[in-house]
Design a protein around this ligand. Structure first.
Ligand code: NDP
Length: 263
């Protein structure tokens, strides 16, 4: 039996085991997917091999550590330096990023998106910013602290920290911070979020499984929003295809994986 896992801190909230096991069970694949609470990201590689894993997903806060741990990086992950899926290929660790395409999948119904504000400047923000720029969209990034913004500035984004933010009109605002994941915090000060929400058509949050305070405010203002569940499904389908070495069609994976959202 092949064994897969998700690494994160925290990781107890993750739906990935349910999603991937649903595919394995329904497609009669001899594999199992579990979770690993990893506090020290530098221990990722040795833990992965010690557990005899065939592949894994990586969540907050270890995606940059996962990039560093890989022997080879393929595709979009090379562009962003962030890895959310790793595969054991003959004892070598191969890294991929399926988050950004998963997100594009989730906002397919949002029309005429040209101008996007990303809140947060971590691994998810990096992947999304690079993916949006690839499609020729205008991307602004707002983060609590200035230190992580240089990367985005060099990429071609407009960047702000909480002290120098200048309000614009946006088509879409995406929360990629972990504010609201384990707490009831907003991703930026209340007044700033109020203004931002009054100047956007759509809102999305990478967090799933709960209506974050940020999405609660968007809902109260009748703004169309998506939580992270569709993004999660999209990245999961692409990761599962990699786990199974593309032996199962993505539509089939998606059909099986969607069942896990009803459990
Ligand atoms: P990182 O740890 O790489 O980045 C976290 C970012 O959040 C940083 O910019 C940090 O700011 C900011 N932040 C953290 N806490 C707060 C707070 N209280 N107020 C304001 N800003 C804060 O995380 P990831 O990018 O890997 O993940 C971010 C979120 O996205 C997580 O909640 C994760 O679960 C979710 N996610 C969901 C996916 C899905 O499929 N739906 C896929 C990937 C991620 P600073 O630089 O100042 O520290």
């Amino acid at each position: 039996m092949k064994l897969f896992a998700i690494f994160g801190d925290p990781v107890a909230h993750s739906r990935s085991p349910l999603m991937h096991n649903c595919v394995f069970k329904n497609a009669a694949i001899n594999a199992c997917y579990t979770r690993v609470h990893l506090q020290d990201g530098t221990k990722l590689k040795e833990t992965f091999f010690a557990l005899g894993l065939s592949g894994a997903n990586i969540t907050v806060p270890h995606k940059e550590a996962a990039f560093a741990a890989c022997d080879e990086i393929r595709g979009f992950a090379n562009k962003v330096g962030v890895v959310n899926t790793i595969i054991n290929e003959n004892g070598k660790l191969i890294g991929y990023n399926t988050d950004a395409d998963g997100f594009m999948f989730s906002i397919a119904a949002f029309d005429n998106i040209k101008d996007i504000l990303i809140i947060g400047a971590g691994g998810t923000a990096k992947a999304l910013a690079a993916r949006f720029l690839q499609d020729g969209l205008k991307v602004s990034v707002l983060n609590r602290s200035a230190a992580r913004l240089l990367y985005f500035k060099e990429l071609g984004c407009v960047t702000y920290d909480w002290k120098n933010f200048e309000l614009q009109n946006y088509d879409l605002v995406v929360n990629t911070t972990s504010a609201g994941l384990k707490d009831e915090e907003l991703p930026a000060p209340l007044e700033m979020i109020e203004q931002i929400l009054e100047n956007t058509r759509y809102v999305a949050d990478a967090i799933y499984g709960k209506l974050t305070p940020f999405l609660q405010m968007a809902q109260a203002k009748n703004i169309i929003y998506k939580d992270g569940a569709d993004m999660l499904l999209g990245q999961g389908v692409l990761a599962n295809a990699l786990f199974l070495n593309n032996t199962l069609a993505k539509d089939t994976i998606k059909r099986h994986m969607q069942k896990s959202f009803k459990l």
